[in-house]
Design a protein around this ligand. Sequence first.
Ligand code: NAP
Ligand code: ZN
Ligand code: ZN
Length: 349
Amino acid sequence: MKINALVAHDATKPLSSSQIALRPLQQQDVKIEILYCGVCHSDLHMARNEWAVSRYPLVPGHEIVGRVVETGTDVTNFKAGDVVGVGVMVDSCRECHFCQQKEEQYCESGFVATYNGIDKYTGDSTWGGYAQNVVVDQHFVVSVPQTLPLAGVAPLLCAGVTVWSPLRHFNVKAGDKVGVVGLGGLGHMAVKLASAMGAEVTLFTTSPAKGEDALRLGAKRVVVSRDAQQMAAAQTSLDFIVDCVSAPHDLDPYLATLKTNGRLVLVGIPEQPHQSPNVTPMVNRRLSISGSSIGSIQETQEMLDFCGKHNITADIELIAGEEIETAFARMLKGEVKYRFVIDMQATHW
Ligand code: NAP
Ligand code: ZN
Ligand code: ZN
């Protein structure tokens, strides 16, 4: 089944429209007509081979919202016409400890990524959401609440669940003092979700001009991280921080803003490592640093249902596929407000 997609042919050339072949529909598969796909910073890291794992040709995109057009004979969860989402995973081993616990993102064999993964059936690459269609096993498809504007839902499938998962896993609750570092795609979802959970949110940003937006999105306080005085004023004020920055940076100033027993969770995956943090304050104040990888299918559904109930979607700029390189360039400058989303119907292939 040949379809049109935006393809990265190597790390240096711009993405261009080409045809790719999707796998034939399997018994458990759902074929989706893609309506919208968010543009995650991971797509840019991967298109440019910044993590040194990219295999070309590569079709990015793992924030997919679309409509079911066909289902395999064993599909029970979905039917043609349903509005559904697909995030970062399209399969996993289903047998290991983590798969059994419904934490497929930590599958011991490694989950099958929506793109640049190995398709179980064809042995070929998996192809992402910058495309007209995708074929996915029903277990890795989620339902989208009917009430939400669909373009703004797309970024929830990666950016949303990636910040939702650590907030839930580490039991962030109403009244907690939560810091969010970086107001990009992930960061702006962290501000929205943490404040909707009742936490009091402080946003750290390198872009003073984003301050007003942060307050509108739900933050109670904005700290310009390059201003030493503002950072000093925020010392030992937070219980929990989600660091959503895509570039290497010094973690020590953020650790200093945590109270005793506080935790810094890293979700950004920079091309180069962060410098090692100073352990002394970590020891003296029993601080923790954690990482967190996306979120499970179950968490993705819970987050979407929460967003449906609280009327939460991403703040987006809608683009056509042919504008992707401009979008990447603006993303690199930290200039996105706050997620680009590709409108497949507006795209000329
Ligand atoms: P994004 O929209 O580009 O946002 C990143 C933000 O980081 C920028 O808006 C900027 O915020 C800040 N920033 C950028 N460069 C900086 C620098 N040199 N120093 C300090 N701050 C800087 O990216 P995203 O899509 O949210 O993704 C963020 C990171 O998370 C990426 O590395 C991505 O690959 C990773 N990611 C991880 C997972 C996971 O499973 N853990 C899932 C998805 C994405 P300010 O202007 O406010 O400073
Ligand atoms: Zn992503
Ligand atoms: Zn597994």
